[in-house]
Design a protein around this ligand. Structure first.
Ligand code: ARG
Length: 229
């Protein structure tokens, strides 16, 4: 084989946290999305098939799941951060993101300052939560386990607005036009695929697969599939 040791023979096991459309979500009983297609490039290169494990984001971003051998890699629209780099290793960046604000269309909430004394939803353990707590003085943050619960709370008025990654929020408003993206914060984030600390062999396979796909147009095709112009 490839000489890469995998937690389950013949499989590339991916930890992710659903739903995070368009990066990973269930459609017709299958997990699909941008990240799924990117990891499939790696699986194909290793001549194995991808197996996806849906697990809370907290265990992913702390490195706990990878260290426990629950999966070979984590692909979850996860931002590369210095804190996370202490507990896991990241591939080269494969996607750019920034934090953004979502609220009911026509609502006055277009900044964190404007949310003083109001309720702002955040997804637990994410860079959006960290950003909101750091920059939202006087704003009451409310934690949600996943983005589905978070965005439903905006719809029902349980929170006045929510912070999350721009790609996910723009996809959501496309399908839920009663909401709008009211601000983008330019946090300059980059997504990486994570492996166990020291798993250089697999990390290099990921980088090689993504690099080749960028060079021959497959990356671009995956991009336009999930982010149609
Ligand atoms: N990019 C953000 C972060 O890394 C949010 C990721 C959430 N991902 C998910 N699959 N739920 O913190």
């Amino acid at each position: 084989g490839s000489g890469i040791s995998l937690v389950a023979e013949g499989k590339l096991t991916t930890c992710t946290h659903l739903p995070y459309e368009p990066f990973q979500f269930r459609k017709d009983n299958k997990v699909v999305g941008f990240d799924v297609d990117i990891v499939d490039l790696v699986a194909k290169q290793l001549k194995v098939t991808q197996e996806i494990v849906d697990t809370p984001f907290e265990g992913i971003q702390t490195g706990e799941d990878l260290n426990a051998g629950k999966c070979d890699l984590a692909a979850a629209g996860m931002t590369i951060t210095p804190v996370r780099e202490q507990n896991l290793d990241f591939s080269a960046p494969y996607f750019d993101a920034t934090q953004a604000l979502i609220a009911k269309k026509g609502s006055p909430y277009t900044s964190l300052a404007g949310l003083k004394g109001r309720k702002l939803g955040v997804q637990q353990g994410t860079t959006g939560e960290t950003y909101a707590k750091k920059n939202g003085a006087g704003v009451e943050t409310v934690q949600f386990e996943d983005v589905a619960l978070l965005l439903t709370a905006v719809k029902t008025g349980q929170v006045d607005a929510a912070v999350n990654d721009n790609g996910v929020l723009f996809e959501y408003v496309r399908k839920n036009p009663e909401l709008a993206v009211t601000a983008e914060f330019d946090t300059g984030e980059k997504y990486g695929i994570a492996v166990r600390t020291g798993n250089t062999a697999l990390r290099e396979e990921i980088d090689k697969a993504v690099k080749a796909a960028r060079a021959d147009g497959r990356y671009e095709a995956i991009y336009t599939k999930w982010f149609p112009a």
